[in-house]
Ligand binder design. Structure first.
Ligand SMILES: [Zn+2]
Length: 69
């Protein structure tokens, strides 16, 4: 006899195999045009990343990009 009152519940991540978890995440993709303009220099930057052109993030210089050193 088929019972269709299946109970779904949370599965601990250690109980899910690497393959199974990865197969589920095949739809999790970053969109190709995930860029924002850097407020400092206007370059196209990935959101929530330090600007590669000027090295600024959140108004602070994180990476020294000064050529005159
Ligand atoms: Zn910048």
């Amino acid at each position: 006899m088929m019972h269709l009152n299946i109970q779904l519940f949370a599965v601990p991540f250690r109980k899910v195999s690497k393959t199974r978890g990865r197969k589920r995440r095949t739809h999790y993709k970053i969109s190709e045009n995930a860029t924002v303009k850097c407020p400092k220099c206007g370059a196209e930057v990935r959101p929530h990343r330090v600007c590669a052109a000027c090295g600024f993030y959140k108004g602070k210089e994180v990476i020294k990009k000064d050529s005159a050193e």
